[in-house]
Every structure is written in structure tokens, then in C-alpha cells.
Design a protein around this ligand. Structure first.
Ligand code: SAM
Length: 246
């Protein structure tokens, strides 16, 4: 299979001020091969070209945890992280490979995807990642998970108000939610403000950047939890999607 890694070393360095070591490179390569193979059985991703995979899955996953090109400081302090609606494992698996000192929970409501991830984690010998089958609306009320994470990641799951409702209840006081977006407007930031406040958070920052190979526009929203989320959130299964907070 095409090797997608060595020529990217300089781009990692320029954009994230970091480079994967040899073991991490091998794991990225192995992840790519497992996803391409898994795609024959399961509908995991449409992104299978090696360069696309590198940019849209690997690089994009890591750029979210490196606002302004610097890794979030709590990542060096053994942060506990949850990836909500991880699908085939993004952004969670690349993050687990990159920060082996942190523990990461990969949550998805689809058992088939979680089964695939379990097999992938075994193959990659990634002991700092574990999986959870369930809906964010239930897990957000579970005492083992509510208010226990330093960082919550969410990419391509729903609109931003829904993502805020799924992530903020799971965060400790002071924790950070990272909402990965494609396009985004100032108007959307204004209309999200009230929803985030109701959930005990603030919009700490919004970052726009371009991807390094195809210059596509991306955004990441960073929400900080500043007070407790009221016990009524997240609302029951499907409610956030049907009636997003405004
Ligand atoms: N985050 C991955 C990515 O960026 O490639 C996967 C995105 S995929 C489009 C959305 C995933 O979110 C699906 O695997 C779906 O099962 C999961 N999902 C949707 N709603 C969810 C919920 N309420 N709780 C948990 N997982 C959910």
C-alpha cells in the first residue's frame, strides 16, 4: 500500500511544531491500511486516497487539538479526553497515537463501528484508548462520565448547538470542548452564544485555518466550561437535534 508518511515530516513541523516519531509513523500507516481494508466490509469513510487520508483524517484530527499550531497545554498533563461520535475513530485514534500519556474514550452509538475500532486498537497496540457504545445524550448523564473529561472532541456529528449540548455536560469545570467545523460565519458564532451559556460554557475562541495540501478552509470552535451544566442537559435522545438550543 502507498506509504503516506515520510514526505509529510516537514508539514507536521511547520504546521504543528511537532513530528511523529518512527513508532507513531508506523501506527498512522497501519491505521490507514486497516481503514482501507475495513472499508471493504463497512462504510467507514469515503476518504481513501493516501494524501486525502493524511490531510483530512490525520492532519485535520491533530490540528483541532493544536489551536494556533501549538498543542493544548493540558495534553502534556495526562488529560482525559472523549471523542463523541468517533465513527471510524476520528479525531480520536490519531490523537491517541500522538499523545500516549493521555487517556481517550471513543464514543459512538453504532456498535459495528465500535467493533471495528476495538479490532483496530488491538492491532495498533494502543492501550491509552478505550471504546464506549452509546448515545451522547445518555452518556452525558452517567456518573462515570459526566463532569469527568478535560477535553471533549466532536467532528462531523451535528450542528454546533447540538455539539455543545453533547460535549459540555461531560467536561470537568475548566474543561475544553473542540468542535471541528468546515465553513463557519460570525453570524453563527453570535447565534451559538446563548446555547453555550445555557450549558455552562463560553465560546473561548474560534479559529479559521487552511489545510496544508488542498488549501481547504476549516474552523474549530473552542468552548470552555465555566460553571456546572444544568442537570436537564443533555436532553433525551434526539431532542437536541430536533430542537437545537438557541
Ligand atoms: N467523527 C467521525 C469523523 O469525523 O470522521 C465520524 C463522523 S460520522 C459522520 C458521525 C458519527 O456520529 C456516526 O458514526 C454516528 O454513529 C455518530 N453519532 C451520531 N449521533 C450520535 C449520538 N447522539 N451519540 C453518539 N454517537 C453519535
Amino acid at each position: 500500500m502507498t506509504n503516506l508518511l515520510p514526505e509529510m515530516a516537514e508539514i507536521w513541523q511547520q504546521t504543528l511544531n511537532w513530528q511523529p516519531d518512527e513508532q507513531q509513523q508506523q501506527k498512522f500507516q497501519q491505521l490507514y491500511e486497516l481503514i482501507v481494508l475495513g472499508n471493504q466490509q463497512l462504510n467507514l469513510t469515503r476518504i481513501t486516497d493516501p494524501q486525502d487520508f493524511w490531510e483530512k483524517h490525520l492532519w485535520d484530527s491533530l490540528r483541532g487539538i493544536a489551536p494556533q499550531g501549538q498543542f493544548i497545554p493540558s495534553l502534556s498533563e495526562n488529560a482525559s479526553i472523549i471523542d463523541i461520535g468517533t465513527g471510524a475513530g476520528f479525531p480520536g485514534i490519531p490523537v491517541a497515537i500522538t499523545v500516549p500519556n493521555c487517556t481517550i474514550t471513543l464514543l459512538d452509538s453504532t456498535r459495528k463501528k465500535i467493533n471495528f475500532i476495538n479490532e483496530t486498537l488491538t492491532q495498533l497496540t494502543l492501550s491509552n484508548a478505550k471504546t464506549l457504545v452509546g448515545r451522547a445524550e445518555e452518556i452525558g448523564h452517567h456518573p462515570q462520565h459526566r463532569k469527568t473529561y478535560d477535553i471533549a472532541l466532536i467532528r462531523a456529528v451535528s450542528n454546533a448547538a447540538v455539539c455543545a449540548e453533547y460535549t459540555l455536560p461531560l467536561l470537568k469545570h475548566g474543561g475544553l470542548a473542540v468542535i471541528y467545523r468546515g465553513n463557519w460565519t460570525e453570524e453563527e458564532t453570535k447565534s451559538l452564544q446563548n446555547a453555550v451559556n445555557q450549558l455552562g460554557g463560553i465560546i473561548e475562541s474560534l479559529e479559521q485555518f487552511t489545510t496544508p495540501l488542498t488549501n481547504s478552509i476549516r474552523h474549530c470552535l473552542y468552548l470552555r466550561k465555566v460553571v456546572n451544566t444544568p442537570a436537564s442537559f443533555p436532553r433525551g435522545a434526539g431532542v437536541a437535534t430536533q430542537k437545537p438550543l438557541s
